[in-house]
Write a protein that binds this ligand. Sequence first.
Ligand code: PLP
Length: 357
Amino acid sequence: MSKFWSPIVSRLTPYTPGEQPKINNLIKLNTNENPYGPSPLAIAAIQREAADTLRLYPNPDSEPLKLAIAAQNAEYGVTPAHIFVGNGSDEVLAHAFQALLQHDEPILYPDITYSFYPTYSRLYQVAYKTIPLSDDFMIEVDDYLEAGKNGGIIFPNPNAPTGCLLPLSEVERLVAAQPDSVVIVDEAYIDFGGDSAIPLVSRYPNLLVVQTLSKSRSLAGLRVGFAVGHPDLIAALERVKNSFNSYPLDRLAIAGATAAMQDQAHFDRTRLAVMNTRTGLVTGLNALGFEVLPSAANFVFARHPHHDAAILSAGLRADGVIVRHFTNERIAQFLRITVGSDSDCHALLTALPKHLL
Ligand SMILES: *Cc1c(COP(=O)(O)O)cnc(C)c1O
């Protein structure tokens, strides 16, 4: 606290990212990073871009990247005018809170969800109402339809940190029933087992789909995310962006992200590998007595009926395996475990039994 702080700063609750340990040989299953490297074509593109041209400002509209994303989704009528890009999807989400969710009525999101949503709500002074997940930790569309007037709806699909997927037909039912609300679907993990809502964008002007290159494209360190929606929604995001930072993506990020979006083979190979490892991880955890929520993400959410999650998390940390534990009461007995490489997951399954005696 300082007398120099503006009043709103004292009232913020900043997001706490998962630990990025300084020690090297830890097995890091706590921040949902991809165990496989990014596309070699992306790395080559970044290397080519590391040149004298860095003295020049980048393309303010990240045009090559928008063209690559549009090309990927051309069959759904997506053009560059339907696309917004930002410095990580967190930045895209932040701009969406300010540009599209700051209305008189409270916005709606699940009680158990990405903890950046309450953080942005406070930053932009957006009133919100949380809608409880069902007893089996699922999003129930009817609960949103019955919640009364709202200033917008946002949820991750699959949800975080549960990993549970809302079927696309249910996403559509919600979007179709709320034509006067913007519905933002945060698809950070959709490539690990769900169907994207991007094909719905051409039919629903109130739908904004947000994706990131951090998880399924293995580029968490490059900081690139994007949104796909009706050009009127995108125009609102561009207005905020151009009132904030005209160049959110640097030259290296535009080059790397564009090449990554174009490398479908690497994308498919690595996400399939993650999904295969997930199957083995779930089987292994079940065999040790864990209940694991059905995951369509690159992490699993698991609890043991007889062992406290905070103690398990600390025990694993002492063994050099880091997983994520949240203290929120409803999920305090769960561990969120990233699907790492086969050997990382094997190390976790080998470390666990002595903590379950
Ligand atoms: C990881 C994550 C993001 C954003 O990641 P960026 O690295 O900022 O693109 C957004 N939403 C959810 C639910 C996430 O888990």
